[in-house]
Design a protein around this ligand. Structure first.
Ligand code: MSP
Length: 640
């Protein structure tokens, strides 16, 4: 089985922005998902460079259309790898191979008798590069751009699209999942209830000469949509048989709803007329919106995708886009929501699970991978969640697939809490159970690594590598990692996967001046005037400690009771962290404690030391950051 997917071929009238990034990232994620499922997968993208819109944008920029297109097309091409998206092909509609395909395609349609010459007048929106009927306009304006289309009347060539209306309706009825999700299929069927008009497929060169010549009349160029759609086959070599024949039967297009009609009506009828088979699916997603308006449509609200991914990290950025949009529906882009997802799903759930599991493995499993065993706690659940994940992904519900992956992460975190490996380790009779728990954690992490890989490829690969598994052989069937985990092989946590970051407000603003260190607050406490000698300082015994357990202190909104491992002993410390951190944020983390502080009683609990944190007063209260070693180091290590 194979999988061939396409993104829209983006116009070069604007720089790549979040909207383009979303479709490309999600298409990349689907290609990766299919690879993970053992299929050969290819996804392609490219740039749409002809037409009024580009000619006008180039003129505005004082450049020739090709110079201008070269520049913006280059920006698109270099953007995708920076977002960890790896298209296997990139097509520009100005390339010779594409021009050859468009010419061959037009020849076929013309030979079939589906092209005629006629006169037409209509409302043309340059932003959309298409005519609108009176009925489609909203208060006389383009429904997408909210601008008044110009009235264009001229002699042109037409494609007899109307002849294929009944055939198309029939195809949609016989193939209910041809257009997905269903709401868009219904929209297209609704549209097809009205008589379909023929499609004007040329522009007289006297008005616009930036396009591909019609093979049968060189006074005309091809209408930009008729030209651009053909890039889905020119990029895989058509009119040559290969590699076209290898990929085309498996084709799926990914688009947003703005370009539904050209993909759902023009393209299938064009293919039918040219005697070519149809694609498998048209997958349609909604809009990312900013303050209710669609991003990126000439309203100056486009968000620079790369800018944001640099602030939050590409992997977290991809995760957020995939997790927060229900495929098919619109989604409001809110930076705070991204930050919240980063901290809760990535730093907390996944990042902590990794650190805690590997810390347990280091302490109770000798730091090496445990042997496989017949039964481990939670394995059935893991298998079920992997199945759910697969089913959701197949159904385009990436957000639900990720929710299933996070259910696994949650279950593994809970396993640690419930089984309490530190308690099992104290009882020699429970050594078997302890080994099973550790095995479960390692297997579960390998599976979770595979499940996150389509959306967060570097993270998935890193998890696999650190577990001694070969990412090139990634497999989301638990049997794969089970077979390949090498018992006895050392595995260490390494640096945090998603270091928790205390994001302030206005992240985009911060991104513009990343190098500037925070200016000293005028309210910073003055430095202590009194000096201590090195010997006096050394009397303080500062140690690294691992948080084994944490709970709120009843009747206190400030205090948390922590159980800490100091290497040679366990301690209870009461710390004033409750307003800043949740108990579950702390378990598994390494902190620094003042170990030889005289014990004190707080709310009836004896606190044997103090956890170090940095803090400062802010207008809204207090900001606090725990002091932690920058790399994993054994609990009990001295801090000096
Ligand atoms: N050139 C045509 C497509 C030709 S395909 C043969 C075109 N280009 S475009 O640059 O305007 O890209 C439109 C596509 O960009 C959308 O269909 C979608 O994939 C993506 N998006 C642009 N803005 C978007 C949002 N605000 N939200 C989600 N996707 C967005 O149309």
């Amino acid at each position: 089985m194979r999988f061939y997917a396409t993104t829209p071929i983006y116009y070069v009238n604007a720089r790549p922005h979040l909207g383009h990034a979303y479709t490309t990232i999600i298409t990349d994620a689907f290609a990766r998902f299919h690879r993970l499922a053992g299929r050969e997968a290819l996804f392609i993208t490219g740039t749409d460079e002809h037409g009024d819109k580009i000619a006008q944008a180039a003129a505005k920029n004082g450049q020739s259309p090709l110079e201008y297109a070269d520049h913006i097309s280059g920006l698109f091409r270099e953007t995708w790898p920076r977002l960890n998206a790896e298209p296997g092909g990139f097509i520009r509609t100005t390339e010779d191979r594409h021009v050859r395909a468009v010419t061959a395609f037009l020849d076929r349609v013309e030979r079939r008798g589906d092209i005629y010459f006629g006169r037409y007048g209509g409302h043309y929106c340059v932003g959309c590069e298409r005519f609108y009927t009176e009925k489609e306009l909203v208060d006389g304006l383009c429904p997408d751009h909210r601008t008044k289309p110009g009235y264009v009347e001229e002699e042109n060539y037409f494609f007899r699209m109307s002849a294929y209306q009944d055939w198309l309706i029939d195809h949609l009825k016989k193939n209910p999942d041809f257009i997905r999700p269903e709401r868009y299929r219904n929209e297209v069927l609704g549209l097809l209830r009205e008589p379909l008009e023929d499609l004007c497929i040329s522009r007289p060169k006297s008005r616009l000469d930036w396009g591909i010549d019609l093979p049968f009349d060189d006074k005309f160029v091809t209408y930009v949509w008729f030209d651009a759609l053909i890039s889905y086959i020119s990029v895989i070599g058509w009119p040559d048989d290969e590699p076209f024949g290898r990929w085309w039967p498996h084709a799926q297009h990914f688009i947003a709803k703005d370009i539904l009609k050209p993909h759902a009506v023009f393209w299938p009828t064009m293919l039918k007329s040219a005697g070519l088979p149809l694609f498998q699916h048209l997958n349609v997603h909604g809009y990312w919106q900013l303050g209710q308006a669609k991003m990126g449509k000439s309203v100056g609200n486009a968000v620079d995708a790369l800018g944001l991914s640099e602030v939050y990290g590409v992997e977290a950025f991809r995760y957020f886009l995939a997790r927060d949009m229900a495929f098919g529906l619109d989604s409001e882009f809110v930076e705070d929501a991204l930050v919240a997802r980063y901290n809760s799903d990535l730093a907390n759930d996944l990042g902590n699970l990794w650190q805690r599991s590997l810390a347990m493995l280091a302490r109770f499993g000798g730091g090496v991978l445990p042997a496989d065993m017949e039964e481990t706690p939670g394995r059935d659940l893991a298998v079920r969640l992997a199945e759910e994940y697969r089913a959701h992904f197949q159904n385009l519900a990436v957000h639900k697939a990720l929710a299933a992956a996070w259910e696994l992460v949650g279950a593994l975190n809970k396993l640690i809490d419930v089984e309490a490996p530190w308690a099992l380790a104290k009882d020699p009779a429970k050594a078997g159970r302890l080994a099973a728990v550790l095995r479960s954690l390692v297997e579960g992490l390998a599976l979770a690594g595979a499940m996150v890989w389509p959306v967060m490829p570097r993270t998935g690969e890193e998890i696999w590598r650190r577990l001694g598994l070969d990412p090139a052989r990634m497999d989301m069937d638990l049997a794969g990692p089970r077979r390949n985990l090498v018992p006895g092989r050392p595995a260490a946590a390494g640096p945090a996967l998603f270091p928790r970051v205390e994001f302030g407000g206005g992240l985009a603003a911060q991104a513009e001046k990343p190098a500037a260190p925070p200016s000293p607050s005028p309210k910073a406490e003055p430095l202590a005037p009194e000096l201590v000698t090195i010997d006096e300082f050394r009397r303080l015994d500062l140690r690294v400690a691992e948080v084994l357990a944490a709970e709120a202190v009843p009747k206190s909104d400030k205090l948390l009771k922590l159980k800490l491992n100091l290497g040679t002993e366990e301690r209870t410390i009461v710390a004033g962290l409750a307003r800043h951190l949740r108990p579950e944020d702390l378990v598994g983390r390494l902190v620094v404690v003042a170990a030889n502080l005289a014990p004190a009683k707080l709310m009836g609990i004896t606190s044997q030391g103090m956890v170090l944190a940095a803090s400062r007063r802010t207008p809204d209260g207090e900001e606090l950051a725990l002091i932690a070693p920058s790399a994993i180091i054994a609990p009990g290590s001295r801090v000096s």
